[in-house]
Design a protein around this ligand. Structure first.
Ligand code: SF4
Length: 138
């Protein structure tokens, strides 16, 4: 089974309340090959919510300086549990997100600059042997 980001499945779960629906991801779900999850909603964050960037030096902050690291870490742990429950050995997650980004993230300056790095959920899944790619790699 493949775990996919909810926003790629068309869920309006992004911080702004919109989605990033991706045709290929929707098809995988319809074929019964993938299950969607939004780590940030899974842990109980509301939508819409504050925009966050990072992690930078392991920390995720909102634009107004609130530290979201702990809640994003709990979101990652809850997502890993879901992966185990559904025997997911692969994940396709939304690039650039502080939770889901698998290769690139924003640099924490909220100026649109992207840097190499992984979101907190993507990193934890990789550390636990799950192959994580982004929607840009399918
Ligand atoms: Fe949720 Fe991940 Fe999409 Fe952000 S990128 S809205 S955490 S599924």
């Amino acid at each position: 089974m493949i775990l996919v980001s909810g926003c790629l499945a068309g869920w309006n779960c992004r911080f702004k309340g919109d989605n990033k629906e991706n045709e290929k991801i929707v098809r995988l779900i319809k074929e019964g090959k993938a299950i969607p999850v939004c780590p940030e909603q899974l842990i109980g964050l509301s939508t819409p919510r504050k925009a966050c960037e990072g992690p930078i030096n392991g920390k995720v902050f909102s634009k107004d300086g609130e530290d979201f690291t702990e809640i994003f870490t709990k979101a990652a742990e809850a997502t890993l549990e879901l992966c185990k429950k559904y025997n997911c050995d692969k994940a396709i997650l939304k690039e650039y997100s502080p939770s889901c980004g698998s290769n690139k993230i924003f640099d924490g300056t909220f100026s649109g600059i992207k840097i190499d790095g992984a979101g907190i959920t993507a990193k934890l899944l990789k550390e636990n042997g799950i192959e994580v790619i982004s929607e840009e790699q399918i």
